[in-house]
Design a protein around this ligand. Structure first.
Ligand code: ZN
Ligand code: ZN
Length: 382
């Protein structure tokens, strides 16, 4: 459903769907006009703006089919016609009289809010996107796409197709400013799709290879397959490196400098690791599209268990009777989550880890992409 296609009467009672990518909880997002307001606003433009600027008036409600009672949560009957929050004993809406009421639960507003100190020492309150059910950090996302994202997914598929031997694209937009912005957006997205398609093709028929093997082999495989260094660079050129004079030079002289080829090699090496780690929970990743399955070498875990079991049993109160199976299960889950948050070691992450998570250091090597603090890898440190 496209929001712009909605008829006027639906527009005032349709809330964007939000869901947790970790536990799958699904509900609706809305925007209050003031704290404690008993009505949830549904203007999509306002919601998007408030959601991404982490406005504290952002609200989440979840259908309560089982009639659960949760601590620190409010129960309401949400009016399906005017989005008023009614107390649970009502049979019709206090705002419009409608009997179209839905039982919902809403996390206490304060539990969503995080306070941090700004540079000038003031406290700033923001609404987090952490899942109120399972606590997954930044776990909530809006289930929906804007037209630009949908178009870029379509473009990505067209460009990655082997039937397309003339890759040019013209997009139209009703404003010049918008068109320039869109072009940049499409380019960035296309890089990711090209990379994922290349990795998928490379992995075809290669069951059971480990990440270290893929990392040493992937670049060379594509350099050989593409045939020339120039085409190799042009295929995998990320838009954030297009400012390099070597890239300008390549376009003028049709010659790729060794330096540029090396940068692309290094970038691809990082992207292969990120694809199964940091980026595996986003968009059409190989793992999410079931194009590949990722597992741990079971021997590595097995060899670790006896020693770790001994330490935990002796040193942590309450774990005296810990069983090897329980510990194995815990470790598998733990490592799975760590990987999905990007916790895979890479040469480029050493300084980042030592600095306690400075994204400035992470993106310092020339070949690395930029990182928003909310989408940077997470590691376990002492
Ligand atoms: Zn969750
Ligand atoms: Zn109502």
């Amino acid at each position: 459903m496209l929001a712009d296609d909605q008829v006027a009467e639906d527009k005032v009672r349709t809330l964007p769907v939000i869901h947790c990518r970790d536990c799958g909880s699904t509900g609706w997002g809305g925007l209050r006009r003031k704290t404690g307001d008993k009505k949830i606003g549904c203007n999509l433009r306002d919601f998007y703006k408030a959601y991404f600027s982490k406005d504290t008036l952002i609200s989440y409600v979840f259908p309560n089919l089982q009639g659960r009672k949760l601590d620190n949560w409010n129960s309401w009957k949400l009016c399906g016609d005017c989005l008023t929050l009614n107390s649970t004993d009502r049979d019709n809406c206090s705002g419009c009289g409608s009997e179209n009421l839905i039982s919902i639960v809403e996390p206490d507003q304060e539990t969503l809010i995080q306070v941090y100190k700004t540079k000038d020492g003031n406290n700033r309150r923001i609404s987090t996107h952490d899942c109120p059910f399972c606590g997954s950090k930044n776990g909530l996302s809006i289930l929906g796409s804007r037209a630009a994202s949908l178009a870029s997914a379509a473009i990505g598929t067209l460009f990655a197709s082997s039937y397309n031997d003339d890759r040019k694209l013209i997009t139209f937009s009703d404003s010049v400013q918008d068109a320039a912005h869109r072009a940049g957006f499409f380019q960035t997205r296309t890089f990711r799709t090209t990379l994922r398609t290349a990795l998928r093709q490379y992995l075809n028929g290669k069951a059971g290879c480990n990440l270290a093997e893929i990392r040493t082999d992937f670049n060379q495989y594509w350099r050989n397959k593409i045939g020339s260094d120039e085409d190799y660079v042009a295929t995998f050129m990320p838009s954030d490196l297009e400012w390099l004079y070597e890239w300008e030079d390549l376009q003028k002289t049709a010659k790729a400098s060794a330096n540029l080829v090396e940068l692309i090699d290094k970038r691809l090496d990082w992207e292969v690791v990120a694809e199964v780690g940091l980026r595996t929970s986003f968009g059409g990743s190989l793992e999410r599209t079931a194009s590949c399955a990722i597992y741990l070498n079971p021997d590595l875990i097995k060899n670790l268990i006896p020693e770790l079991l001994e330490i935990l049993r002796n040193e942590i109160g309450g774990l005296e009777a810990l069983q090897p199976e329980e510990l194995t299960r815990f470790l598998l889950g733990f490592i799975h989550h760590l990987r999905q948050r990007g916790g895979i070691l890479h040469a480029a992450t050493n300084n980042y880890i030592e600095s306690g998570g400075s994204t400035f250091l992470l993106q310092k090597p020339l070949f690395m992409p930029g990182f928003a603090a909310s989408l940077a890898p997470v590691y376990l440190v002492q």
